[in-house]
Design a protein around this ligand. Structure first.
Ligand code: ATP
Ligand code: MG
Length: 456
């Protein structure tokens, strides 16, 4: 049985988690389980290193009421992710599958590789299938799954994209559940955004309704870092790194031009984390526009007047805009374009819109302006993960395997307070994390850019 020493408990306490003897004051967030875990773990590290390498199920990851949640939110105590003493599944009788869905994001291949290696090398799972092209690969129209091998996944952590392919679009939940049952799969790892996790939840519920046991575990993907109950999602650091390079290019172009303007559109549909953090990293940005903070083009402190003054005084300007910013400036507002096949809201192209409006404005007032527009979204999305993201992908991938083998389901793996944590799928898709316009990130951006707090 698992022995927990006093010193180990004290150590974990220093890391911000709670030892068993202290009664939690917040709400315990329990993870759904397929049934009791009665199979002693065969995890290679514990076999060699001992029980101390396993997670004490009593240890919780605690989220303070004020972070990253709005102050009205109650305190939550999440289960720790990591290897468990008792498993639900006998790994040697397990057949696992991995699927990647939605848009590309740096680190997808790293996750696939780490899930595969943890399953096969550290638990001895004999078969891991790769589902091709997202949920399409779980339907009759899609390509058949491939059996993953070390030769196949060995070098992929250095590659962008996903070797399994991805897709969007609605699929029939009953058909996908039936495919998993027919293939004899006992655990499904779903790497993808909120759409993917909604789909995973639907599949997990359908299977449970049939009385079948398949663990469905999500590894959340959002390059925008807009997931609730997480410090940081994989791909975000890489996005900042590349965005930073692009902003520097825009700055160089702007400085070389006669009254040059460098305009950069970055990802960020509902949250401006990439635009804000790239601005702070780069320090060359004069105006940053994010979805959380509305702005106007006209007016004394509107974007056009601010740019005009900047060009008059300094001769060049750099503007960074997140793709979801300024949607209310379009005819019909944010709702006008409806939804795509996966149910994602369609966005007006704020980058091209600003390019035209800024160019037209300077033409109209008879002052020169030389605008260069950069949209690096696809370059960023398909880049291989940089090292901090690679390390995060590895930890998330392995935590997902621990959770599935312990019999947890409808759960995603995250990092909270820098600790591995488990969050019910339903909670992660409930709403998105956004920048607080009165919080430290946005005030830092205002300080670094010098832009007016309200552009109007
Ligand atoms: P991204 O951030 O790139 O949009 P995503 O995972 O949200 O990532 P989507 O294309 O939106 O990508 O969704 C992935 C898959 O999940 C699609 O096949 C989509 O049809 C499916 N899906 C989305 N919402 C649901 C839902 N409510 N129920 C079942 N399946 C869903
Ligand atoms: Mg989506």
């Amino acid at each position: 049985p698992l022995k927990t020493t006093a010193s180990r408990r004290a150590g974990l306490n220093l890391l911000g988690t709670l030892p068993k003897m202290i009664e939690p004051t917040g709400r315990l967030v329990e993870i759904e389980r397929l049934g009791p875990a009665t199979f002693p773990t065969n995890w290679r590290v514990a076999r060699r290193a001992g029980d101390w390498s396993l997670v004490d199920p009593a240890v919780r990851v605690r989220v303070r009421a004020d972070w990253p949640l709005p102050p009205d939110h109650e305190e939550l105590w999440f289960e720790r992710a990591g290897p468990r003493r008792w498993l639900r599944f006998d790994p040697t009788q397990t057949k696992a599958a991995i699927v990647t869905c939605g848009g590309l994001c740096p680190g997808l291949n790293n996750v696939i590789r780490s899930v595969y290696l943890e399953l096969t090398r550290n638990y001895g799972v004999p078969t891991v299938l790769g589902i091709r092209h997202g949920y399409l690969g779980l339907t009759a129209e899609g390509p058949p799954p491939e059996v993953l091998t070390m030769e196949r996944v060995g070098p992929i952590h250095r590659m962008g994209g996903t070797i399994l392919g991805s897709s969007r679009g609605q699929r029939d939940t009953a058909e996908m559940a039936a495919t998993l049952e027919r293939l004899g799969i006992t655990m499904l790892f779903c790497v993808g955004g909120d759409g993917t996790q909604r789909g995973a939840l639907a599949i997990g519920r359908e299977i449970r309704a049939h009385g079948k046991e398949i663990a469905v575990v999500g590894i959340p993907k959002t390059i925008d870092n807009d997931l609730m109950y997480t410090d940081r999602t994989f791909g975000f650091d890489t996005a900042i790194q590349i965005a930073h390079q692009v902003i520097q290019v825009a700055h160089t172009e702007a400085k070389a031009g006669v009254r040059g303007i460098g305009l950069v559109k970055l990802m960020g549909r509902d949250s401006g984390f990439i635009a804000a953090m790239a601005t702070l990293a780069c320090q060359e940005v004069n105006v940053t526009l994010i979805p959380e903070v509305p702005f106007r083009l006209e007016g004394e402190e509107g974007l056009l007047a601010v740019l005009e003054r900047r060009l008059d005084q300094r001769g060049h300007a750099v503007v960074v805009v997140a793709e979801g910013a300024g949607q209310d400036l379009f005819e019909g507002g944010p709702e006008a374009l409806g939804f795509d096949a996966s149910g994602n809201r369609r966005y007006h192209d704020i980058g091209l819109f600003l390019k035209e409006r800024i160019t037209d404005h300077f033409k109209a007032i008879g002052k020169p302006a030389d605008l260069k527009y950069l949209d690096p979204s696809y370059i960023i999305r398909s880049t291989p993960a940089i090292c901090t993201d690679s390390a995060l992908c590895d930890q998330l991938g392995r935590d997902a395997v621990h959770a599935a083998l312990a019999g947890m389901t409808n759960v995603v793996v995250t990092r909270l307070n820098n600790l591995p944590a488990l969050v019910p799928m339903e909670m992660t898709v409930s709403r998105k994390r956004v920048i607080d316009p009165q919080g430290p990130i946005w005030t830092s951006v205002l300080a670094a850019t010098g832009q007016p707090p309200l552009l109007r």
